[in-house]
Design a protein around this ligand. Structure first.
Ligand SMILES: Cc1cc2nc3c(=O)[nH]c(=O)nc-3n(C[C@H](O)[C@H](O)[C@H](O)COP(=O)(O)O)c2cc1C
Length: 359
């Protein structure tokens, strides 16, 4: 593909806690600002462009963590999860533009409805996933108008506004970019209309290629087929020696007991993206390709598919997704500060070279 967009790399902030062995309390790294900042600084130094800060009932609050990290880093952008119905769009529009101004445009918004109905209850939400997507669509449309127009009047299904005032205006014009992570039809439609970057969880490169083609087709309805870009949200386990990477992978999940595995298997019951990850693990077992491993999906919902190997093997596997049409990755690995540092030193230069070499 001619004129590929720049390679955009993100790293995950583990606001849910960190570990080097699931199920072993002694290996846990508890949630703390000290640890989040250590991870953010390692990611920044390693050359990652943005930090993904998740949202769910067990994570520390994304907006507060993001503000703290933005104030204590220099270049790293914050990709903050935006969930519908959490914060009224008038307050949210002002929060976002203030954050954007204070950080000189180091903000992007990850549109997320949440992977689980049970979690939605824990966060004070009672609507179904479909209703949350409808609310998200209305909310994003309203936010865009609030940042651009004066005297907005809207009588929507979820929000009614009568001329609110938004000051300041965003630093990034017309507004900070949207990302979206979700696998359903509704997710695809909202992403096609709004996302700068659509995020996929781990899958086969051929499947990603066909998903990209279908999302671009949808985006064409909005005149955005060349605007929308694609990125993979993956785990990475890289060691200089491949054997060490696999040893770490095995011990990372070895201590998780059956009860926890059963709990994880029933999490995120309403998510199409989660169902796809589960189906892959069920149909292929732990090894999808010689360097793609589903082991973490047994102990963690969501982004559990990992690229495992030595630096060259990891870079080559990631390059398969670049060939499929992605232009970046949002990665994580355990413990997050060490894997970020290692990736920056050992894989990032190889990956940049591979991306540059693609025609
Ligand atoms: C890259 C990516 C990041 C996500 N981040 C979050 C998150 O921070 N919090 C959350 O509750 N769900 C997160 N999700 C899960 C989505 O909210 C989930 O896919 C949701 O159930 C959407 O449903 P769908 O896949 O059926 O469209 C993420 C999903 C993806 C693909």
């Amino acid at each position: 593909m001619a004129n590929r967009p720049p390679l955009r790399m993100g790293w995950f902030i583990p606001t849910l806690g960190d570990t080097t062995a699931f199920g072993d309390p002694e290996k846990e790294i508890p949630q703390s600002m000290e640890h989040f900042l250590r991870v953010a600084k390692a990611a920044e130094k390693a050359g990652f462009e943005y930090a993904l800060i998740p949202i769910n009932p067990y994570c520390w609050d994304a907006w507060v963590v993001g503000s703290f990290l933005a104030a204590n880093t220099k270049k790293l952008k914050m990709l903050l999860a935006l969930k519908p119905g959490f914060i009224h769009p008038v307050a949210q529009a002002k929060m976002i533009s203030t954050f954007d101004q204070l950080s000189n445009g180091r903000l992007a918004l990850n549109l997320i409805v949440g992977a689980s109905e049970k979690d939605a209850f824990k966060e004070g939400q009672t609507q179904s996933k479909e209703e949350r997507y409808q609310q998200l669509a209305e909310e994003v449309a309203l936010l865009k108008r609030l940042w651009l127009e004066e005297n907005v009047h809207v009588e929507g299904n979820y929000y009614q506004v009568r001329g609110p005032m938004i000051q300041p205006r965003p630093y990034q014009q017309p507004h900070p970019p949207f990302f979206l992570g979700g696998g359903s039809d509704l997710a695809a439609e909202i992403s096609a209309e709004n996302s700068s970057i659509h995020l996929f969880w781990g899958d086969y490169p051929e499947k990603i290629q066909s998903e990209i083609a279908s999302l671009r087709k949808r985006a064409a309805k909005y005149g955005r087929e060349n605007e929308i870009q694609f990125s993979m949200r993956l785990q990475v386990i890289c060691r200089e020696n491949e054997r060490d990477a696999w040893d770490f992978a095995d011990q990372l999940i070895a201590n998780a007991d059956d009860e926890w595995r059963k709990t994880v298997a029933n999490m995120a019951e309403a998510s199409v993206a989660q169902k796809r990850v589960r189906d892959i693990a069920k149909s292929t077992g732990r090894l999808m390709t010689p360097h793609m491993w589903t082991g973490i999906t047994e102990v963690r919902p969501g982004a559990g598919i990992a690229v495992v190997g030595n630096p060259e093997q990891v870079a080559n596997q990631l390059t398969e997704f670049l060939k499929a049409g992605c232009s970046g990755f949002c990665l994580s690995g355990y413990p997050h500060h060490e894997e970020a540092e290692r990736f920056g030193k050992l894989v990032m230069p190889l990956l940049k070279r591979c991306y540059k070499a693609l025609k």
